[in-house]
Design a protein around this ligand. Structure first.
Ligand SMILES: Nc1ncnc2c1ncn2[C@@H]1O[C@H](COP(=O)(O)OP(=O)(O)OP(=O)(O)O)[C@@H](O)[C@H]1O
Ligand SMILES: [Mg+2]
Length: 324
């Protein structure tokens, strides 16, 4: 199955301040802030929803095509993704800017001061699927990116009859009802977490019943409580995969989506697709960052079978070479 994953590519620059921000802010001088925090640790993590989903799909043996825009600092990241099996030929290099970057400083009380630099992501608009690849994909993922780019791609998929998974994620919080309705009306699958679903319902007045009645599949993730898949008039309750330790929840949603997509690409039923998502998410929870975990397909299947019963369905992943 030819899957195109569109969405952001970003770096996360994460700092830890070994003190308390509030000890350095003077309440009656907030109109003249000039503070500098001396930090002892800085890590740079590879991220961005598009890249995360594609990375996880590649670990699962697919060869997803990442459609995105990146900046002058992307060469090493591109090599990393390629090395793990992501097709980056549709990642457009934008000269003169850096890749989107999130800079966050966290103090000992877990208060955070952050800035998000959009950089090359702001150039995603105007980049059409027809330009990104010469052949028609089987499925497109529209994950968080420049909002105009997301709407344009939803429209292009709709016009050309290419099914897509709509993953508005954090954009749900700050984008208006028109943007959400535009994407939801055109998508085949909608995947959101429970908070995002509540926001969508509140902003748009849409209900799960109405969406499923017109043939949409809606998937709502509930963190440590698992996920629910509403499809074909049925509800599938998907349990989580137990984890050995929760180190960092960032990126679980992206990994879950990749697992789900791998299930869809394999032609599996929803019960199985959801559980593959749960296991893919578990690996991310156990590591710092969103692309620092690793597994082989046989190891993934072995772990899956310690928790769930696939009735032998996953054997077919093991009989073909990875990436085939
Ligand atoms: N504590 C947990 N233990 C096991 N699995 C979990 C846990 N938290 C999340 N998951 C898995 O990951 C899936 C997605 O989680 P969640 O609903 O938190 O997504 P999210 O809020 O979009 O996350 P993020 O945006 O931070 O990546 C869940 O449905 C579940 O399968
Ligand atoms: Mg999320």
């Amino acid at each position: 199955m030819k899957i195109v994953v569109s969405g952001s590519i970003a770096f996360d620059y994460l700092m830890r301040f070994p003190g308390r921000f509030r000890d350095h802010l003077i309440p009656d001088k907030l109109d003249r802030i000039s503070v500098s925090f001396l930090v002892e640790t800085l890590t740079r993590e590879r991220g961005g929803s598009g890249a995360n989903i594609a990375f996880n799909l590649a670990l699962l043996g697919e060869r997803p095509i990442l459609m995105a825009t990146a900046g002058e600092d992307f060469a090493e990241y591109r090599a990393w993704l390629e090395q793990h099996g992501v097709d980056t030929s549709a990642v457009r290099d934008i000269s003169g800017v850096y890749t989107a970057s999130f800079f966050a400083n966290t103090d000992v009380e877990n208060n955070q001061i952050g800035s998000f630099y959009t950089g090359a992501m702001a150039y995603a608009k105007g980049y059409r699927l027809a330009e990104a690849l010469p052949v028609r994909p089987d499925l497109v993922v529209i994950s968080p990116n420049d909002p105009t780019a997301m709407s344009e791609l939803a429209e292009e998929c709709h016009q050309t009859g290419v099914p897509f998974l709509f993953d508005p994620s954090q954009q749900v919080i700050w984008l208006d009802a028109d943007f959400l309705v535009h994407g939801i009306e055109r998508c085949h699958l909608l995947v959101v977490n429970e908070y995002e679903w509540e926001m969508i319902a509140k902003k748009t007045g849409l209900t799960l019943d109405r969406l499923t009645a017109v043939g949409k599949t809606v998937i709502v993730t509930h963190g440590g409580e698992g996920s629910r898949i509403y499809a074909g008039g049925e509800r599938f309750d998907i349990p989580v995969c137990p984890v050995t330790r929760v180190v960092d929840p960032t990126g679980v949603g992206d990994a879950y989506r990749a697992g789900l997509l791998k299930g869809i690409a394999s032609g599996f039923g929803w019960d199985l697709c959801g559980r593959i998502g749960s296991v893919a998410a578990a690996y991310v929870l156990e590591q710092q960052g969103t692309q620092n975990h690793h597994y082989t397909l046989p190891a993934f299947v072995a772990r899956f079978r310690t928790v769930f019963d696939d009735e032998g369905a996953l054997d077919r992943w093991l009989s073909v070479p990875e990436g085939a």
